[in-house]
Design a protein around this ligand. Sequence first.
Ligand SMILES: CC(C)(COP(=O)(O)OP(=O)(O)OC[C@H]1O[C@@H](n2cnc3c(N)ncnc32)[C@H](O)[C@@H]1OP(=O)(O)O)[C@@H](O)C(=O)NCCC(=O)NCCS
Length: 185
Amino acid sequence: MLFASRLTENAELRALEPWQAAEFLAHIDKARANIEQYIPWAELVTDLDGAQTFLQRYADRQAAGEGRIYGIWLDGELAGGLLFRTFEPAWGSCEIGVWISAEGQGHGLITRSTRQLIDYAIGVRGMNRVEWRCVPSNERSIAVAKRLGMTYEGTLREAFPYRGERHDLQVWAMLHNEWESRHWA
Ligand SMILES: CC(C)(COP(=O)(O)OP(=O)(O)OC[C@H]1O[C@@H](n2cnc3c(N)ncnc32)[C@H](O)[C@@H]1OP(=O)(O)O)[C@@H](O)C(=O)NCCC(=O)NCCS
């Protein structure tokens, strides 16, 4: 496999591209129950066209230098992923989003892979700020932000409309100088 990064003995982080739309759709269908409460775009990925369109949108963002999507493969099966939902070099700022299937959850795969994205964003691309946004009820997401050593910055009130309701959105972030004293290798 080209461009794969090992996370554990049986898990890898890899590029996720439009040609993998069928595999992506099968994965989202399987993971849907675990992620739909917190991942609005899962509603866009319900058939092959939707999966293809979603991955193409990220391929286009990648080509423009404005975002990117990655997958996590566990025992050879797509089990979750991460994305640079925003990526703004001129501002020195980006936001990471994540998801994982029930089977992949609880093994540290998100923490490990998010560290790699933060290392890339700050260490390679010179970002000053990596953001993490989540609703206050998403305890597992908040636990990841804390595990990464991010700082809670505040709550955007009713900033996230989803399924007919407006939800608050917590903002967590890591800055360049905080990354320099990070606790991972
Ligand atoms: C949020 C989400 C991605 C977190 O996934 P996760 O698997 O809990 O996250 P991590 O990879 O950090 O794993 C942490 C767990 O693995 C354990 N773990 C094992 N080895 C570990 C290691 N080397 N490093 C970190 N944690 C490790 C931790 O103790 C923790 O265990 P716990 O489940 O008993 O608390 C997942 O719950 C999810 O997909 N939720 C739905 C979608 C969603 O909310 N996305 C985020 C929107 S803001």
